[in-house]
Design a protein around this ligand. Structure first.
Ligand code: ATP
Ligand code: ZN
Length: 302
């Protein structure tokens, strides 16, 4: 049971989100998309001055690079892979037979060279490594992508396909930690304009299994991840709407990204959960955007 079915039902009834029969997989209304677009613009109004390089990847990524990224070590339960039919006429007939008999036709599907991107920044790092050593000032990217995580839920803020806008900083430890601090401050100011209750806290990723608990503790102890949380599904367990991650030299070492002086590059990213922020707005200001408080309307629509 979800604690907050009224909100979920309200989203469907008001056709903000459209049910598909799969938890965490929803259609989006024009109103919802407009809120997302306005929030996207608000992010740019804070981050645009930094002149980040804009890159947009599709929601699928190169499987070989995904394998190398280590995602499967930490989050095997969340990964989504793309399989496809790769047979002949006989295999096709067998597939149709199975389908008609109500049997499992998917067993004949073969893994392709594409997997679903779990975060907007995963496809980026190997492409940066290809550019050679970083310039003296490091690099800064502006990303946005639909991401997939296999975490079906009745909580409308936990979706299987959702959009993540990210700024990713790659450079010296100092450049990267400065970037994160700047975005912690900006995040406060930015979400402050939306009139929703929020707070910042140290956090950890949902690493899988027993070994994962150690990774999670380590991440917390070193304060490598912060989240900006807003109550959506429940008051006691507010939802992470923005994440601020410092990966130290993890991706720099993994992908072979060197700083200007040859040292291994450090990386950090700030991630905005676009659907989560939109849902936080609908949760706290109601389903009718025309009735949202005027400072909030002004922040989004100008
Ligand atoms: P959570 O702790 O809630 O599972 P996370 O720590 O796994 O989130 P990140 O990996 O930091 O989240 O992802 C960056 C941002 O993407 C999050 O701050 C959040 O806003 C958004 N996000 C993550 N998972 C989901 C999801 N299942 N549905 C919608 N948005 C999500
Ligand atoms: Zn990231």
């Amino acid at each position: 049971m979800c604690q907050n079915c009224d909100f979920r039902t309200g989203l469907f009834k008001n056709r903000i989100l459209i049910e598909t029969g799969v938890d965490g997989l929803y259609g989006r209304s024009g109103v919802f998309e407009d809120v997302i677009q306005r929030f996207d613009n608000l992010i740019t109004s804070f981050g645009g001055v930094d002149k980040a390089e804009v890159v947009r990847f599709p929601p699928g990524m190169n499987r070989a690079l995904f394998e190398k990224s280590g995602y499967l070590k930490s989050f095997p339960n969340l990964a989504g892979t793309i399989h496809a039919f790769n047979g002949n006429d006989k295999d096709h007939a067998a597939l149709i037979d199975k389908l008609q008999a109500g049997e499992d036709w998917t067993l004949g599907q073969e893994a392709t060279d594409v997997v679903l991107a779990p975060a907007a920044c995963y496809p980026l790092y190997p492409t940066v490594a290809q550019l050679g050593a970083l310039p003296e000032g490091g690099r800064l990217y502006d990303l946005q992508s639909y991401c997939f995580r296999r975490e079906p839920s009745k909580d409308p803020a936990r979706q299987q396909f959702f959009r993540m806008r990210e700024y990713v900083r790659i450079g010296s430890p100092e450049q990267v930690t400065d970037f994160r601090q700047t975005w912690l401050d900006r995040g406060n100011e930015l979400i402050g304009k939306l009139g929703v209750p929020f707070h910042l806290d140290v956090a950890n990723d949902p690493f899988f299994g027993r070994a994962g608990r150690m990774l999670a503790n380590n991440q917390r102890d070193q304060r490598l991840k912060f989240e900006l949380l807003v109550p959506i599904e429940s008051e006691e367990k507010p939802t992470a709407c923005l994440s601020f991650n410092y990966h130290q030299d993890h991706f720099g070492t993994l992908w072979g990204i060197a700083q200007h002086d040859g040292e291994v590059a450090h990386t950090a990213c700030v991630g905005f959960g676009m659907e989560r922020v939109a849902l936080a707005l609908f949760k706290h200001h109601g389903f009718d955007v025309d009735k949202w408080p005027s400072p909030v309307r002004k922040a989004l629509w100008g």
